[in-house]
Structure formats: structure tokens, C-alpha cells
Design a protein around this ligand. Structure first.
Ligand code: ADP
Ligand code: MG
Length: 140
């Protein structure tokens, strides 16, 4: 049993449709614990830095426009193997390919406006958590 932490974002398409509570209910029903949470409006620089790994991709500019189009809710989730577990709860990047019951299948609008972000590795989870939260804000 490996308790891990991962970083999550409820994206602007989710906050715009007032889905924070509904998505959090899916997270909590999956036995993942929200141990830190806050609502922010990302600056262009913050969005570009956060998605820097995608800066050569054709969709990078559009993605940064979208991520700065409204508020986001950033979170730290804790649970057993939570990095993979949350990726399962999120569903595939493209909601058309996502399994029934996943957040993206139920809520996403498109491959870009796909409602949630979740870290893809232990290393990136630690980097992403540290970018948005100080230790005192995380209550496990
Ligand atoms: P994931 O969020 O599933 O880890 P990626 O890391 O590959 O997916 O991409 C980061 C984000 O970029 C996606 O969640 C989505 O918002 C956006 N994105 C990915 N692929 C595309 C695409 N082909 N067109 C537009 N936006 C995309
Ligand atoms: Mg990713």
C-alpha cells in the first residue's frame, strides 16, 4: 500500500458551469481525499510555465488562452496509488475516448476543455504541488 499525493486542477470550463461540487463528489466517492484546495485565476505566465512541457505543441497557445479564461480550482489529492487512481477517475484526455463514469466522460466539453488536470508521475506531482501550495496549506 503506497499512499501518494497528486496535483489536480478543476479547469475553467468546470468552474464556468459551477461543477466544483459535482466533480469533488466524484473524487471523494473514488476514495481520494482532498487535502488542499483553493480557487485562483491563472496569469498567462503561470499557465505557460505550468504547461511548459507542451510549448512546442500546436495547441499550446489555445490551451493557455483556455486555462486563463476563468477561475480554476487547484487541489492536492491523497490516497493509495493516487496518481494512477486519479488518472483513472479523470478518464482519457479526449472525452470521446473516456470510459463511462469518468469525470471527462461525464463533464468535459472537448479535448481541450476537458474539465480536469491530474499529474502524470510522482516526480511531476511533487513539482506541481510545490508550484501552487506551501506546506502549511496542505492538511493530510
Ligand atoms: P492530460 O491532461 O490527459 O495529461 P496532456 O498532458 O497530453 O493530457 O495535455 C494537456 C492538456 O492539453 C489536456 O488536458 C488538454 O486540455 C490539452 N490538449 C491535449 N491534447 C490536445 C489537442 N490535441 N488539442 C487541444 N488541446 C489539447
Ligand atoms: Mg498531462
Amino acid at each position: 500500500m503506497t499512499i501518494q499525493r497528486t496535483f489536480s486542477i478543476l479547469k475553467p470550463d468546470a468552474t464556468r458551469r459551477n461543477l466544483t461540487g459535482e466533480i469533488n463528489a466524484v473524487i471523494e466517492k473514488a476514495n481520494l481525499k482532498i487535502i488542499a484546495q483553493k480557487r485562483l485565476h491563472l496569469s498567462r505566465g503561470q499557465a505557460e510555465a505550468f504547461y511548459g512541457v507542451h510549448k512546442e505543441r500546436s495547441f499550446f497557445g489555445d490551451l493557455c488562452d483556455f486555462m486563463t479564461s476563468g477561475p480554476v480550482v487547484v487541489q492536492v489529492l491523497e490516497g493509495e496509488n493516487v496518481i494512477a487512481a486519479y488518472r483513472d477517475v479523470m478518464g482519457a484526455t479526449n472525452p470521446e475516448n473516456a470510459d463511462a463514469g469518468t469525470i471527462r466522460k461525464e463533464f468535459a466539453e472537448s479535448i481541450e476543455a476537458n474539465s480536469v488536470h491530474g499529474s502524470d508521475s510522482l516526480e511531476n506531482a511533487a513539482i506541481e504541488i510545490a508550484y501552487f501550495f506551501s506546506g502549511i496549506e496542505i492538511v493530510g
